[in-house]
Write a protein that binds this ligand. Structure first.
Ligand code: ASP
Length: 340
């Protein structure tokens, strides 16, 4: 069998930076020169093609980047065994979650990675992240990709992308997946957990529909009626991620429930996501959760905010009826929530 082929798409972020000797500041380097920065990359037993975009800090990511990535993966799908996307860490969980919803019936690995320290700095974490992400994207068994889903590799662990959150601005192990086990652990070898990796099914297709008529509203002690009312009456608003307490609880004040109810009646979809890093929304437990359920708030169960938001953005972009949209938000479509 020949070598595996991987397309490495560089979008920006810390990984593609080095210190400018003149100023001492970190600046992006021309990614076409990655082999000069990192000569041992040539030793990988993989046919690697590099596609650099104009680098951006991932704080500037907009849905058009997701569409561009999904479109390129669609166009090049038959040319490569796998794909690696280098991306800034700040919004990597958003972008990789969005891609997981745009790419349907994926039969090849799409691995996102980046780094906390630039690849052009001696103590970088980027080299290991990059090399291992490429190895994972290239990995095949019986001619099939070992991880046929959108994943995120960081500091020795491979995660299902739509289960991740960036939880540390400091630690090299910056990402976590609190509600789903790692797909692989990396030590001396790469240990895949086959039982938790998605199985490919159906024919690969791409749907890049996306809507940004959404908002995240975080409940906090002291939230006022005028503020909530203003946020929920924003023009064009179609969907809200309501970040609640604990197991999906929110105030039972009359004005609070009424304001949400009015928005739902106007056709705004509201998804309940917990502010806790791990665990799930369960609106059956407390009165404070039941009231939300009664007025038609949808349980986001154990989805991350990043997955819930990007799922909602992608599903709002599709021509679903109200009932279809509610149905699709309530069930896992890419393993982003635990089955009931
Ligand atoms: N601000 C950078 C970004 O997200 C941070 C990083 O890449 O780690 O683009």
């Amino acid at each position: 069998m020949g070598k595996s082929s991987v397309l490495l798409i560089y979008t920006g972020g810390t990984i593609g930076m080095k210190t400018d000797p003149a100023t001492g500041a970190l600046v992006p380097f021309d990614f076409n020169g990655i082999y000069d920065e990192f000569p041992s990359l040539r030793r990988l037993d993989v046919d690697l093609d590099i596609l650099p975009f104009e680098p951006i800090d991932s704080s500037n990511v907009e849905p058009k980047l997701w569409i561009k990535l999904a479109t390129i993966i669609q166009e090049k799908y038959n040319d490569y065994d796998g794909f690696v996307v280098l991306h800034g860490t700040d919004t990597m969980s958003y972008s990789s979650s969005a891609l997981s919803f745009m790419l349907q019936n994926l039969g090849k690995a799409v691995v996102f990675t980046g780094s906390q320290i630039p690849i052009g700095v001696l103590r970088t974490d980027g080299r290991e992240n990059l090399i291992t992400a490429i190895e994972i994207a290239a990995a095949k068994e019986d001619g099939r990709s070992v991880v046929p889903e959108v994943s995120l590799y960081f500091q020795n662990r491979l995660f299902r992308a739509n289960r991740t959150q960036k939880f540390s601005a400091e630690e090299l192990s910056a990402f976590a997946s609190f509600n789903y086990p790692a797909l692989a652990d990396v030590g001396v070898g790469i240990h895949y957990r086959y039982g938790v990796i998605a199985k490919p099914e159906g024919v690969f297709s791409v749907d890049t529909s996306v809507s940004n008529e959404v908002a995240i509203v975080k409940v906090f002690p002291g939230l006022t009626e005028p503020l909530l009312r203003t946020m929920l009456s924003a023009e064009g608003l179609r969907g809200v991620i309501l970040e609640t307490y604990g197991a999906g609880n929110a105030p039972t004040f009359g004005w609070f429930i009424r304001t949400l109810e009015e928005a739902i009646r106007r056709g705004v979809h509201i998804i309940n996501i917990t502010q806790c890093a791990s665990g799930s929304v369960n609106m059956d437990i407390y009165e404070t959760g039941r009231r939300l359920q009664d007025i038609g708030v949808i349980s986001g169960r154990d989805m991350t905010t990043e997955a819930a938001l990007t799922k909602m953005m992608c599903m709002l972009g599709r021509a679903y009826t109200h009932e279809e949209f509610v149905g699709v938000m309530k069930r896992p479509v890419r393993g982003e929530m635990t089955e009931e």
